[in-house]
Design a protein around this ligand. Structure first.
Ligand SMILES: CC(C)(COP(=O)(O)OP(=O)(O)OC[C@H]1O[C@@H](n2cnc3c(N)ncnc32)[C@H](O)[C@@H]1OP(=O)(O)O)[C@@H](O)C(=O)NCCC(=O)NCCS
Length: 161
């Protein structure tokens, strides 16, 4: 990794220290896509059945086109990720919530989502949607509701859980 990217990573870092119970000590939270390389995100996707076939080219294009990427590092390693597509005023959508298996069940997934959803650039957006079939309870604990009126144009099967 070159020096510029290292510096960008430092600038984009927002550490949250244990004064807030939503966040785990030792975990460093980042609010910039510059804090993530496609290679390490591909390594994290390998733990999911829906993301493991994503190529480096697709991931780079996805990062470039995503409004905000949120990530967490532990001991320097990328351990959690999610991303939001938004106009920053009216609408947003949340995708690719994932935590490395070694770090699941410690409150990291919910901490990362709280970090993303309360971020100054995101917290004023009145409508944020996501898609999930298995994580409905998890998302409802974070304030999401399952709405009958939510429609989806699905061009291909969704592999998400
Ligand atoms: C789903 C996921 C992000 C949760 O992250 P996590 O750090 O393990 O979750 P937390 O420790 O913050 O758990 C918070 C709560 O949600 C619950 N929860 C965690 N994973 C859950 C799941 N898969 N289904 C339902 N509830 C779940 C926990 O039991 C916990 O409940 P509690 O507060 O009553 O104890 C993580 O398990 C993961 O990365 N899964 C694989 C990737 C995936 O399927 N992503 C979703 C598609 S976008």
């Amino acid at each position: 990794m070159d020096l510029i990217r290292k510096r960008q990573r430092m600038i984009s870092m927002r550490q949250v220290i244990g004064s807030n119970d939503n966040y785990c000590p030792g975990y460093y939270y980042y609010d910039s896509k510059l804090a993530i390389t496609p290679e390490e995100l591909q390594d994290l996707y390998r733990f999911t059945r829906w993301g493991r076939s994503r190529s480096l080219e697709q991931i780079q294009k996805m990062l470039d086109g995503t409004s905000m990427c949120f990530s967490v590092r532990y001991d320097g390693k990328l351990v959690a990720f999610c991303r939001i597509l938004t106009d920053f005023v009216f609408r947003g959508s949340l995708w690719d919530i994932l935590v490395h298996p070694d770090h699941q069940g410690k409150g990291l997934g919910s901490g990362l989502l709280r970090y993303a959803l309360t971020h100054p650039a995101i917290r004023q957006v009145p409508v944020i949607v996501t898609y999930t079939s298995e994580l409905i309870d998890f998302m409802c604990k974070l304030g999401f509701e399952s709405r009958d009126g939510l429609l989806i144009l699905q061009r291909r099967p969704i592999e998400y859980s």
